[in-house]
Design a protein around this ligand. Structure first.
Ligand SMILES: [Zn+2]
Length: 217
């Protein structure tokens, strides 16, 4: 099968490439974490379950309807499909979702502590990275907890005792947010280790959010 014969080839390729980046960027280990992109009103592409990121090919990447039915791809969708679908259902502005187990951010998730804005790049996600209550992985309850924490405007939340969920206008942007959350978590952890970091006020975060829309462009 050539790339022209594979529906949504570019998006499904991006899922493969960002999956490998999750490992290269130390945002997850093994087959942990998962990512997805909205294709249209009724369908998303999502990383498959249990396949090493190095081995996933575009034709493997499942295309799934919002009711959970798989319409393309030879593999099972990620077990966290319910959480991804919950985010797309609740947030019409979201075009991409990334879930990681990145170590510094997950450290705060295990403490049940939101990450405050001790670094200005936290403005990529909102005034803080909130944290959900604990729910078992791969359940609808976890999806409900995640969308409640994200609300209408946060681009990231910690999943208690588990990891991180980011959501933004595109998969590219959701991936950038996942990197920023881990970076800010690391800085906050380090700052707390030797002192008491100063937290930026909400007004400054609001001002930064406008500026960061053009970050890296
Ligand atoms: Zn997970």
């Amino acid at each position: 099968m050539t790339s022209r014969d594979i529906p949504h080839y570019e998006t499904r390729t991006a899922i493969c490439e960002y999956g490998r980046s999750l490992l290269d960027d130390d945002l997850t280990t093994g087959t942990g974490g998962n990512l997805s992109a909205r294709l249209d009103e009724d369908r998303i592409a999502i990383s498959p379950s249990g396949i090493p990121y190095a081995d996933i090919k575009p034709a493997d990447v499942p295309v799934v309807r919002t009711d959970g039915t798989v319409v393309e791809g030879e593999t099972e969708p990620s077990t966290e499909l319910p959480m991804h679908l919950a985010v797309y259902e609740r947030r019409s502005d979201v075009g991409g979702v990334v879930h990681t187990h990145s170590p510094y951010a997950t450290t705060f998730a295990s403490l049940g502590e939101a990450i405050p804005a001790s670094h200005y790049l936290l403005a990529f996600t909102g005034s803080e990275v909130p944290v959900t209550g604990y729910e078992t992985h791969a359940t609808e309850a976890l999806g409900d907890a995640a969308v409640d924490a994200l609300g209408e405007s946060y681009n990231a939340t910690l999943l208690r005792n588990h990891g991180v969920l980011t959501a933004d206008g595109s998969l590219d942007d959701a991936y950038t947010v996942a990197q920023m959350v881990e970076y800010c978590a690391r800085i906050h952890y380090q700052a707390r280790a030797i002192g008491e970091p100063e937290i930026l006020p909400d007004e400054e975060i609001d001002r930064l959010r406008g500026k960061l829309d053009s970050y890296g462009q």
